[in-house]
Design a protein around this ligand. Structure first.
Ligand code: AMP
Length: 398
């Protein structure tokens, strides 16, 4: 695929140039507008420091949240610009708009090594529509485009893809790292290669399951997805959340795994509850013995052991999606144990963003994981073997 040989910001001479960099500063804010987790800003620091260190003028563009109709102070980039300024120990200017007079005047006035943050790019509906005129306006402020927003690389928006029509386009170091680590796992993994997929819907993950069946030695399935597979095996699943219209598909995937010689592991026991409720009555039952009126909410202890054993013997592990309703404390045990198994493994361990990344971080295991992807959706699409629009548009190395 054409994603590996992309030029990076280290391959271009940017001294004295105006660089517009798309970053993912979509940070969580509390009700007072304070940033509760700045890891996305930190993740972009190597690229930002490189650009200003080379004596370029840096214009940053990002989205934050989902503003509905035009500018909304609730979704201002101000807190992100301030935090970045603290982390860099230097001023970060903030434009009052995105492609308006203030942004353009401030961009034009930038001196070497200075940083300007544009306002939330989603204040314009043209952004998500990948409107060419809007992309061109963004591009007009700069000489070079750098994409370092892995979290939005699977979206073809104006600031993630369209803009590359008008400027030389290269990747930042975060995107490079994401592609290097995950690309190696997919193309040339140390074996055994074990993938763990959890979460809610088989329909969301068919592509990933199919693509991973060609690559892994063991595929582990947990979460409510597992119940669709159980139904495919003819087990009764009680009131478990499963997709009735995906049962045949799940059976086909089981058959495919067998044909390819991939070990496919499903839960052998489950914590089931009466209701979808954090305080519901619960019990542990085997997978072929889920009683009428009960729903699976987590993997059981025998399953934790089975899955952990598989992780222990692995040389490469990829994990995406919780194996239970981890938002409910009592049903987060399975997911926590998987997080723990990964952190203890002597393997290359890759966690694909979203809920699984949150579980790892909550438990303080981040340092023990080789790579925690900064993009949930983007990492899933990458694992599926899809071309990510925000990466496809970048210039190839000569
Ligand atoms: P996804 O976005 O597909 O990764 O799904 C994540 C969601 O799956 C989380 O909100 C979990 O609560 C949910 N989930 C995992 N296991 C179960 C289960 N057994 N029953 C219902 N929801 C589940």
């Amino acid at each position: 695929m054409g994603m590996k040989n992309k030029m990076t910001v280290a391959d271009v001479d940017i001294k004295g140039k105006r660089v517009i960099a798309r970053v993912d500063f979509n940070v969580p804010l509390d009700e007072n507008g304070n940033i509760t987790d700045d890891k996305r800003i930190r993740a972009a620091l190597p690229t930002i420091r490189h650009i200003i260190g080379q004596g370029a003028c840096l214009i940053l563009v990002s989205h934050l949240g989902r503003p509905k109709e035009g500018p909304d102070p609730k979704y201002s980039m101000k807190p992100a610009a301030e935090r970045l300024s603290e982390l860099l120990g230097k001023e970060v200017k903030l434009a009052a708009d995105v492609i308006g007079e203030d942004a353009k005047a401030k961009a034009a006035a930038l001196k070497e090594g200075e940083v300007l943050m544009l306002e939330n790019v989603r204040f314009h509906k043209e952004e998500t529509k990948n409107d060419p005129a809007f992309a061109k306006e963004l591009a007009s402020m700069a000489d070079i485009y750098v994409n370092d927003a892995f979290g939005t690389a699977h979206r073809a928006h104006a600031s993630t893809a369209g803009i590359a029509e008008y400027l030389p386009a290269v990747s930042g170091f975060l995107i490079k790292k994401e592609l290097d680590v995950m690309g190696k796992a997919l193309d040339d993994p140390e074996r055994p290669f074990v993938a763990i997929l959890g979460g809610a819907k088989v329909s969301d993950k068919i592509g990933v399951i199919e693509s991973l069946l060609d690559k892994v030695d063991t595929l582990i399935i947990g979460g409510s997805m597992a119940y669709t597979f159980f139904a495919g095996k003819g087990y009764s699943v009680g009131t478990s959340k499963y997709e009735a219209d995906k049962v045949d598909l799940a059976s086909n995937l089981l058959a495919k795994a067998e044909k390819k010689g991939v070990r496919l592991l499903l839960p052998v026991d489950n914590v089931v509850g009466k209701e979808f409720d954090p305080d519901t009555e619960s019990q542990v039952v085997d997978s072929d013995n889920i009683p009428e009126g009960w729903m699976g909410l987590d993997i059981g202890p025998k399953t934790v052991e089975l899955f952990s054993e598989a992780v222990k013997g692995a040389k490469t592990v990829v994990w995406n999606g919780p194996v239970g309703v981890f938002e409910f404390e009592r049903f987060a045990v399975g997911t926590r144990n998987i997080a723990e198994a990964l952190s203890a493994a002597s393997a290359v361990t890759i966690v694909g963003g979203g809920d699984s990344a949150a579980a790892i971080e909550q438990m303080g295991f981040s340092d023990k994981i080789t790579h925690i992807s900064t993009g949930g959706g983007a990492s899933l699409e990458f694992l599926e073997g899809k071309e990510l629009p925000g990466i496809a548009v970048l210039n190839d190395r000569k």
